[in-house]
Design a protein around this ligand. Structure first.
Ligand code: URA
Length: 169
């Protein structure tokens, strides 16, 4: 599944891989994590329609449990195999700023030396774009243990996206 967005977007957001809903609908970030992302973008003042949104891995990796398809983290081999497709999207869009969402995207974009827990929102210039960074995946906010933790995680995520907005000014 490819990304979605305007061809001359200055911002590219890169997630991990399509989830169950995305796989069925053929569009990135339209399920529960997408709703968190949409809300955070809105609060941070970033118009999603002006960004290009895609994933590091182009297929949904899952295990079947009854009728349910349970997400599995992509392997390094899958990240590597999909990287040419990601590069092709970057070449077509030529964004000024690329933001990875979560560890898989950070690895695909910035390499194994970038650890989201330690290096979150640190700016790097790279072969793909003059300004690249990564932050947490929006699904990590959904996994927060309680309402207070969820609210704090959302505030931090919005603060990261506000920083992204300043990079686009
Ligand atoms: N999670 C992702 O990383 N990407 C999507 O498109 C949806 C959920």
């Amino acid at each position: 599944m490819f990304g979605e967005g305007t061809r001359n977007a200055r911002l590219m957001l890169v997630g991990e891989q399509p989830g169950d809903r995305e796989d069925l609908e053929g569009e990135p970030f339209v399920g529960p994590a997408g709703r968190v992302l949409d809300r955070a973008l809105e609060v941070a003042g970033i118009d999603r329609r002006l960004a290009y949104v895609t994933n590091a891995v182009k297929h949904f990796r899952f295990t079947e449990r009854g009728k349910r398809r349970i997400h599995r983290k992509p392997s390094l081999a899958q990240i590597t195999a999909c990287r040419p497709w990601l590069e092709a999207e970057v070449r077509a869009v030529r964004p000024q700023v690329i933001v990875g969402l979560g560890a898989t995207a950070a690895r695909a974009l910035l390499g194994p030396g970038f650890k989201v827990g330690r290096d979150r929102m640190q700016l790097r210039s790279g072969d793909l774009a003059p300004c690249m960074t990564a932050t947490v995946h929006p699904s990590s906010i959904l996994r927060a243990p309680d309402d207070d933790a969820r609210r704090a995680a959302m505030d931090d995520f919005v603060a990261d996206l506000r920083k992204v907005a300043t990079l686009l000014d």
